[in-house]
Design a protein around this ligand. Structure first.
Ligand code: GUN
Length: 294
C-alpha cells in the first residue's frame, strides 16, 4: 500500500487556528504578541526563512519587528541589540537567525537572549528545562515533529524512534523530547550520526525514522523497514535549471524509493517546514501569555 502523506501544511493550519483564539484573548487584554527577528547579513536561505517567518506572524496577528543588519555588524553591536530587545516590553519573543557570520560567537549571542523570550528554545536554560521535563519554550523543529506525529495518529510512545543527526537545533533536542515521560515522549530512541558505522542496520530497526542530517536523499528505500513512519527534516537546495530560481528543495529522504515501503511519510516541501514555522508562532504566543500573567 502506498504511504500516507503526512500533510505538514494542514497540521500547521490546525495549530494556527488554535493559536488565533489565544491571540484574540491576548488582544482583548490589550496585548499584541510581538516577535523580533534578527538577521545578520544576506544569506539567501536565511533571507527567505526570515521573510516567511514575518509573513506567518502577520497572518495570525503577531506583530513582527524586523532587524536586518549588515554582515559586518560587530558582536558587541549585536549583543547591544539583543539587550535592547530583552528590555522592550512590546517584544515577547526574540529570534536571531542562524548561521551567524564567522566573526560572531553564536553561543554568546544565544545565551544573551532573555530565556523568557527564547522562542527558538536554544538557550542552555531552555534546553536544560526541557531535558528535566520542566515547562519551557521548546525548540521549534523538534516540537513540530512531535506534534506532527501525535496529530497524524503516530504516537511515539513505546515505539523505536531512530533519529539521524545530532545537531543542537534538531537531533539532540528531539531525541530528548521523544524520551521524556510525557505525552509525545515515552519512545525508545537511537541517535545516529556521521560517525555511526553501518547506519542502515539501525535505520531498518526504526518504527519511526527521523532524518535530520542535511544530506539530500541520504535515506533510501533499502534503509527503511516496511511500514515505518518517516519524518524528513532536511531542506536541501539542489540545482535545477528547469526552475525559475535555479534550484529545488529536497529532503534528506529519497522520497521515491522510501514512500513505497513506508506506512506514512512527510513531503519536502510541505512537511516539517510549515510545522517549524508554526511552533515559532506558538512559542511567541506562549511567551506573551506568560509575560501577561506574571
Ligand atoms: N537557522 C536554521 N534553522 C533555524 C531556526 O530554527 N532558528 C534560527 N534562529 N535559525 C535557524
Amino acid at each position: 500500500m502506498p504511504a500516507t502523506i503526512i500533510d505538514g501544511k494542514q497540521i500547521a493550519a490546525d495549530v494556527q487556528e488554535e493559536l488565533r483564539g489565544r491571540i484574540t484573548a491576548l488582544s482583548d487584554a490589550g496585548v499584541i504578541p510581538g516577535l523580533a527577528v534578527v538577521l545578520v547579513g544576506e544569506n539567501p536561505a536565511s533571507v527567505s526563512y526570515v521573510t516567511a517567518k514575518e509573513r506567518d506572524c502577520e497572518k495570525v496577528g503577531i506583530r513582527s519587528f524586523d532587524h536586518r543588519i549588515p554582515v559586518e555588524t560587530s558582536e558587541t553591536d549585536l549583543l547591544d541589540l539583543v539587550d535592547r530587545l530583552n528590555a522592550d516590553d512590546a517584544v515577547h519573543g526574540i529570534l536571531v537567525q542562524l548561521p551567524l557570520p564567522e566573526h560572531i560567537d553564536s553561543d554568546r549571542v544565544l545565551q544573551r537572549i532573555d530565556p523568557t523570550k527564547d522562542v527558538d528554545g536554544f538557550h542552555p536554560l531552555s534546553l536544560g528545562r526541557m531535558l528535566t521535563g520542566l515547562p519551557t519554550l521548546l525548540p521549534c523543529t523538534p516540537h513540530g515533529v512531535v506534534q506532527m506525529l501525535l496529530r497524524s495518529g503516530h504516537d511515539p510512545a513505546g515505539k523505536h524512534v531512530v533519529v539521524l543527526g545530532r545537531s543542537n537545533i534538531v537531533g539532540k533536542p528531539l531525541a530528548n523530547l521523544l524520551a521524556l515521560k510525557k505525552t509525545g515522549g515515552n519512545a525508545t530512541v537511537t541517535v545516529c550520526h556521521s560517525r555511526t558505522p553501518n547506519i542502515a542496520e539501525f535505520t531498518r530497526q526504526a518504527d519511526i525514522l527521523v532524518a535530520a542530517i542535511g544530506s539530500a536523499g541520504f535515506v533510501t528505500g533499502d534503509m527503511v523497514a516496511d511500514g515505518a513512519v518517516v519524518i524528513d527534516v532536511g531542506v536541501n537546495r539542489v540545482e535545477d535549471p528547469s526552475k525559475k530560481r535555479g534550484y529545488r528543495l529536497v529532503g534528506d529522504v529519497d522520497f521515491d524509493s522510501v514512500a513505497p515501503r513506508a506506512a506514512a511519510i512527510t513531503p519536502v516541501p510541505g512537511g516539517v517546514g510549515p510545522m517549524t514555522r508554526t511552533m515559532l508562532l506558538f512559542n511567541t504566543v506562549t511567551a506573551a501569555e506568560q509575560r501577561t500573567q506574571n
